[in-house]
Design a protein around this ligand. Structure first.
Ligand code: DQA
Length: 145
């Protein structure tokens, strides 16, 4: 069974309440529950982690080294400036997909740039919660064995 770490960064614990016109009305637990059911059908075991703290996310990425087969990450605002999260992903070398609920390219200028994008397989944005499912499916062929 493949093991995938699903990471969500700052403010994503507020989904459902936070700017529903931008991020939709689904809460993070609802999104993760539905993703977990999809993962089961794909013989993938998910571990989900959300944190508002950069160091906690980095620690979780390090823990994934040797214990997980892939990472799905929505780094929230860290997307745009966390060289430390980028370096952690580059260090562990696990197949990773970056997900954003909103289309970051349609929004404020500061959201157009992702410092994470150069170290991941690909980025999915603007498709709401479905992006997590698409990201998980996209990871499958990249996971070893
Ligand atoms: C986000 C986009 C980021 O710009 C923002 O800071 C978030 C959420 C998204 O899922 O659309 O927190 O990653």
């Amino acid at each position: 069974m493949k093991k995938v770490l699903v990471l969500n960064g700052p403010n994503l614990n507020m989904l459902g309440v936070r700017e529903p016109g931008v991020y939709g009305t689904s809460s993070l637990p609802v999104i993760i529950q539905s993703l977990t059911e999809i993962a089961e059908g794909l013989s993938v075991e998910l571990e989900s982690f959300q944190s508002n703290h950069e160091g906690d996310i980095i620690d979780k990425i390090h823990e994934a080294f040797g214990t997980k087969d892939g990472i799905l990450i929505n780094p929230g605002a860290f997307t745009h400036y966390s060289y430390a999260i980028r370096d952690a992903l580059a260090a562990v070398q696990l197949p990773t997909i970056e997900v954003h609920l909103s289309n970051i390219h349609k929004r404020e200028e500061f959201r157009h740039h992702s410092v994470i994008a150069p170290v991941v397989i690909g980025q999915i944005c603007g498709l709401g919660p479905q992006g997590y499912e698409l990201g998980l499916r996209a990871l499958l062929p990249h996971m070893q064995g």
